[in-house]
Design a protein around this ligand. Structure first.
Ligand SMILES: [Mg+2]
Length: 225
């Protein structure tokens, strides 16, 4: 297999993030979050609040917004409410501009980089979304969460790269919209290209030291070096 050969070195495999990266769903995530908050008498939050406070575990963001701890028995209810609100709006979602082109270009003739998908979304839901958009075949491995607390993105990337039998993680690029994606790549010795999909302030993405793209077209330019 030949590989994409950018100035930063050979890229043999790309690990894509899904929510906020290939799937343009940040607005729906904020809306679903607000639906849960307001249902329990909390405030509405805006994009700026989300960028200020988004981090895993997500429970943290509810606690900041509510200005109180989330009780253990309350958490499953909030989590289920979030998923119900998201799912009620997801029919209108679209892939991020350039997503299909990026997948196609990288997959062309199987001769560039191989690709996989690693997401913190539930696996069965992720699979259903991929089917809806008809892009599942682009990936050698689709890896969503099999249980509610399936580990951090870093730990899951470790297992993901093992499952793919990756020998040299420095030839892997993680493409994602979150600081989690950057951290996972760094911890695993992979590279990252961050996409400004809305979850974080641009300055925070840039502060990781990884290249940051404003569009998936720009991601491709960065990969080409
Ligand atoms: Mg994401």
């Amino acid at each position: 297999m030949t590989a994409v050969s950018g100035s930063r070195g050979e890229i043999r495999h790309v690990v894509w993030d899904w929510n906020g990266t290939l799937l343009d769903d940040h607005h729906l995530v904020v809306e679903a979050f607000n639906s849960v908050l307001t249902s329990i008498g909390g405030p509405r939050i805006d994009d700026g609040f989300y960028r200020d406070h988004f981090r895993r575990p997500l429970r943290h963001m509810y606690e900041v917004a509510l200005e109180r701890p989330v009780r253990p028995e309350e958490w499953p209810v909030l989590d289920a409410g979030f998923h119900a609100a998201y799912e009620s709006g997801e029919e209108g979602l679209e892939l991020a501009p350039g997503a299909e082109m990026a997948l196609t270009l990288l997959a062309r003739n199987g001769s560039l980089a191989t690709q996989s998908l690693l997401s913190m979304a539930r696996h069965h839901h992720l699979s259903a979304q991929l089917e809806r958009y008809g892009i599942g075949e682009a990936f050698d491995l689709v890896d969503g969460q099999l249980k509610p607390d399936d580990g951090s993105k870093s730990a899951r990337l470790t297992r993901h790269l093992e499952a793919l039998a990756v020998e040299d993680p420095s030839t892997v690029v993680v493409i994602g919209d979150a600081l989690d994606d950057a951290h996972a790549a760094t911890v695993n010795g992979a590279r990252a290209v961050l996409y400004d999909g809305g979850s974080h302030h641009l300055a925070d993405l840039r502060a990781t030291g990884h290249p940051v793209a404003g569009s998936l077209f720009e991601v491709l330019e960065i990969l080409a070096g």
